[in-house]
Design a binder for this molecule. Structure first.
Ligand code: ADE
Length: 231
């Protein structure tokens, strides 16, 4: 199997700022498993910023009804500017502002790979809710990202998806320094093939013979032939 030579240097650590009205949603995701390990190893760090803190007046208002009428509420420009500028002021180097929205650019495996390869190491992910954002926030936004052609109730799950897919590619997060290389096969796509572990037979279902053969070339061929591709 041909392994592609990685020409570009991968980021050694990354920082994510998450702007949300629901900071509690991130506790479980960032506090466990790989995301937790990445922080423990100093490879990733996260700062969850509560948009409500930047709300207006005694009730810390963050949304209002849309000009021109219509259902639902729109996130106001002022709290959004406040929270984004708060993150930008604290970032020690270049930082990109990313809006999570169903009309954004589709997030795919190669997007995650781009983020981990050099360049920018700091990202602010802005999670919307309700009917959308006051368009004037676009003044501060570098990129709009969608995780798929469906509308979720907020940008939190998309932000978690983006973060997870990026952080697991930082060398060292998944154990081996070169684990990201393992995924980058000849044409730069990730190949996902069927996997088996013990026992060799379960309820009459057997592990394919070739995987027990110890014949590396044959195994590699079988895996290529049985791969689904992730862009
Ligand atoms: N917010 C709501 N739906 C979304 C989606 N599909 N992608 C990104 N952000 C969203």
């Amino acid at each position: 199997m041909e392994i592609k030579v990685i020409e570009r240097v991968y980021n050694r650590s990354m920082k994510f700022w998450i702007i949300t009205l629901f900071p509690g949603m991130f506790e479980g995701v960032l506090g466990q498993s790989m995301m937790w390990k990445a922080q423990e190893k100093g490879l990733a760090s996260f700062e969850v910023v509560d948009l409500r803190e930047f709300g207006l007046g005694p009730r810390r208002q963050v949304d209002d009804s849309p000009y021109g009428g219509g259902d639902g509420m729109v996130l106001m420009a002022e709290p959004l500017f406040g929270a984004i500028e708060f993150a930008k002021e604290r970032a020690e180097e270049e930082i990109k502002v990313v809006l999570m929205t169903p009309k954004g650019k589709r997030w795919v495996q190669s997007s995650a790979r781009e983020w981990t390869k050099g360049g920018c190491r700091n990202y602010v992910l802005v999670c919307g809710h309700y009917e959308g954002f006051d368009e004037r926030v676009m003044e501060l936004v570098d990129l709009e990202v969608s995780v798929g052609d469906y509308v979720l109730t907020g940008g939190e799950l998309p932000a978690m998806t983006v973060i997870d897919s990026v952080v697991r590619l930082i060398p060292g997060v998944l154990g081996g320094e070169n684990s990201a290389v393992d995924e980058s096969f000849s044409d730069g796509v990730t190949l996902e093939y069927p996997q088996y572990t013990r026992p060799e037979e379960f309820r009459g279902m057997k592990v394919p013979e070739v995987l027990l053969s110890g014949h590396h070339a044959e195994i590699a061929k079988w895996r290529r032939e049985n791969s689904g591709r992730v862009e």
